[in-house]
Write a protein of this length. Sequence first.
Length: 264
Amino acid sequence: MKMNITMCPPDYFGIDYEINPWMHKKNQPDIVLAKKQWENLKNIFKSIGVNVSELTPQKGCPDMVFVANAGLPINGKFILSNFAFKERMPEVKHFEKFFSEKFEIIKLPKDVKFEGQGDAFFAKGKLFLGYGFRSSKKAKDELKKHLKQGQDIVHLKLKNPNFYHLDTALAYIGDDNFLTVKGAFSEEAEKKLKKEGNIIYLSDDDAKNFAANCIVFERNIILNKASKNLKNTLKKLNFNVIESKTSEFIKSGGSVRCLSLVWQ
């Protein structure tokens, strides 16, 4: 099946505020390098057959580059994000304009916080949904209205602020395998995950290098960096491991998956 990814160039990317533990205004990204890293990731996607579209970046919206947080495509609709922090709210109108050309836009109640594919992904016919830092617990009830009848939600509470979005702590890579950051989830959430498949816990270094924040397409897995042990594990599962450096984006708390909104 064809994969579509929307990206947003990092023209105005920078750390203008601090809304997660990775962000420090004194530790600014190298913008020249960030642009090279972004272009390299885009070219990797194209080289493996992914269709890439681009959203126009906007001045005053430094985090628009993390376009996965724009919303969630679901059954021909696009659930627009309600950001937890006011600093990111100016992005919403630009996301709405772009995605309204492709989807029916759904807006959630203002008191329901939800940050799109940052906290939600589909796998195994279910919606995996994170909450605890950026998305509200009650987002589950709102999203359920737009799922196919009988489609389940696996609701997972995040507890480690360093892994504040679901996509920083969990990735489904296929064949019942999940890459997971140990200690990122509540005890109850851990139990739920273990019922869903095989859990591959990342080492501390792989977790800090945002290995869970990856994109999987066919037998390719694209991530920032993987240890020798993780590469061996993935190769045994018949994956082609492609490293695409995102050091400048990690300074702001995001990597490969954050830079990519996936839709069919």
